[in-house]
Design a protein around this ligand. Structure first.
Ligand code: 5HY
Length: 243
């Protein structure tokens, strides 16, 4: 099987981190590649960024369909464009936020989300409600680091770790969900220090897609997920016209 992990922002260094974390869990029979969006914001930290990330996501999905990709991960915690991507893809499309939170529900009574900027908490809360996970999500917290400040710097790791420690205490949670693809490589060290499971959405989503394909399960592609009705698209978006 071929799984494509799409980084919806245009920062290739983040794509490299994402790709390493996905490859670490992919099975021996899985071909995996990680791609950087060809257009859009350098990082996604607002509704505006999220909206402008979707054309790049859809371009990556369309290219994958031409190439024969079997399934996709949308590697941004806001799960941008997942519904639209599902109208283009024959195979499964899974966002890292949904995958991470669903995984966390299997690790105890409740989980906490620790994300980047406070302004993205609302979107995370919307996803909790969209997926009916209110009874499991005990709190959503921000470490107030910009997305592009996330790297394996000890100071960054300490900030994120202390935010996770505070979230566990405030929420009395059993697990942590890290709310940014750029935090994926921090999971193991934070989990070891805090003694609780810390879920990486990139790994969770990669394994979700791999599991679906292993069971030969693909969306029916009908109704709401059927291919979009053909129509003219003008201006900058004219390349997105579907034949
Ligand atoms: C992400 N932004 O995972 C989100 C994190 C966030 O560029 N990649 C980004 O704060 O929504």
């Amino acid at each position: 099987m071929w799984i494509r992990v799409v980084n919806p922002n245009t920062t290739s260094e983040m794509t490299a981190t994402i790709g390493r974390c996905a490859a670490a869990v992919a099975g021996p029979g899985t071909r995996l590649d990680a791609v950087t969006s060809s257009m859009g914001p350098a990082s996604i930290e607002s509704h505006y960024d999220e909206a402008l990330s979707v054309p790049g996501i859809l371009a990556a999905i369309a290219a994958g369909e031409q190439a024969g990709v079997d399934g996709y991960v949308i590697a941004c915690f806001g799960d941008p464009g997942v519904e639209a991507a599902r109208e283009l893809a024959r195979g499964p499309v899974v966002g890292i936020a949904e995958a991470a939170m669903r995984t966390a529900t299997q690790l105890g009574r409740g989980f906490s989300v620790v994300t980047t900027l406070s302004r993205t908490i609302g979107r995370a809360a919307d996803l909790v409600h969209l997926h009916g996970l209110q009874r499991f999500c005990r709190g959503i917290h921000a470490c107030d680091l910009p997305v592009l400040a996330l790297d394996d710097d000890p100071r960054v790791r300490k900030i994120v770790t202390e935010s996770c420690r505070a979230a566990l205490a405030a929420d009395d949670s059993d697990a942590i969900v890290l709310g940014c693809a750029g935090m994926a490589d921090l999971c193991a060290s934070i989990g070891a220090e805090l003694g609780v499971p810390v879920v990486d959405g990139v790994a969770a989503a990669t394994l979700a897609v791999q599991s679906l394909l292993t069971m030969d399960l693909r969306p029916a592609g009908r109704g709401e997920s059927a291919s979009p009705p053909p129509k003219p698209y003008t201006g900058l978006l004219s390349p997105f016209q579907l034949d």
